[in-house]
Design a protein around this ligand. Structure first.
Ligand code: IPE
Ligand code: IPE
Ligand code: MG
Length: 255
């Protein structure tokens, strides 16, 4: 079981992958969309609590219309193909971002899958679509101001006003495709995320590479501003606390 509860992935490199094969960029998106279900399955197998996938940014509108509409169609195709499997696998699905500009039938489908999986208790799967991290923060501030105009906004208020607060802070952000930037993704949630940039293009990304990245990052020490010795001390204290509670319950002989 991984200690990384929330993993976010910037699925990048589709266009270049296709161009290297002398194919149009949209071919890369088609092949890339085929990788998504394997990675979702693998996240579930690895015991990850929340997986957030960046599928379309607010900045991606500036691409050619044909490419934008292909990305919309692929989202719909994924949902049609996978909705039963998501439900069967106890996956709780949600799209974050401004979906109002999507075709009506796609919006209906998103709402249907969100509704049918709303009581699921397994993996929290999120697609970020027409999503921007800054837009998410601005939206949260505006909704808090409408809720209570006189109250000063705290970090806790903002955290609970993000699109999907139950996913929590991002523990690990992976970007495929070789670029080393976060392109307006999860700006609030990724404040202390581990970052992993792989040169592998998204259509070539495999569950094996995903597993290796998780193993690699699970071994990193996350200090959250403390020093190494403090982190070790905290771990020792929490182990001591566990030991004490086992003793106090008189259950030592079961350990
Ligand atoms: C990522 O691949 C998919 C989306 C941004 C929708 P790109 O289309 O950005 O591929 P590259 O980065 O141009 O290779
Ligand atoms: C980020 O990739 C957005 C998604 C993967 C959906 P881009 O390819 O759009 O990002 P930039 O333009 O390289 O920053
Ligand atoms: Mg790109």
């Amino acid at each position: 079981m991984s200690n990384l509860k929330h993993v976010a992935i910037i699925m990048d490199g589709n266009g270049r992958w296709a161009n290297r094969r002398l194919r149009p960029r949209i071919w890369g998106h088609v092949r890339g969309s085929g990788v998504v279900s394997d990675i979702v399955q693998s996240a579930d197998d690895l015991g990850i609590r929340a997986l957030t996938l960046y599928a379309f940014s607010t900045e991606n509108w500036s691409r050619p219309l044909e490419e934008v509409s292909t990305l919309f169609k692929l989202l719909k195709k994924f949902l049609v193909k996978e909705k039963d499997r998501l439900l069967a696998n106890n996956v709780k699905f949600k799209v974050i971002g401004d979906i109002r500009s999507l075709p009506a039938d796609t919006i209906e489908l998103i709402e249907e899958v969100e509704k049918t999986t709303r009581n699921a208790t397994g993996l929290l799967l999120t697609f970020a679509f027409n999503y921007g991290g800054r837009a998410e923060i601005v939206r949260a501030i505006n909704s808090l101001q409408i809720e209570n105009p006189d109250k000063l906004i705290s970090e806790e208020d903002l955290a609970r006003s993000m699109y999907r607060p139950e996913s929590g802070d991002v523990d690990l952000m992976i970007r495929t495709g070789g670029e080393q930037r976060i392109s307006n993704f999860m700006l609030w949630q990724a404040a202390y995320a581990e970052l992993f940039f792989t040169p592998t293009s998204w259509p070539d990304f495999t569950p094996e590479e995903f597993r290796k990245i998780i193993d690699n990052v699970s071994g990193r020490e996350r200090r959250f501003g403390a020093t190494s010795s403090r982190v070790a001390l905290k771990q020792t204290l929490s182990q001591a606390e566990k030991n004490r509670s086992i003793f106090s319950q008189g259950t030592l002989h079961h350990v």
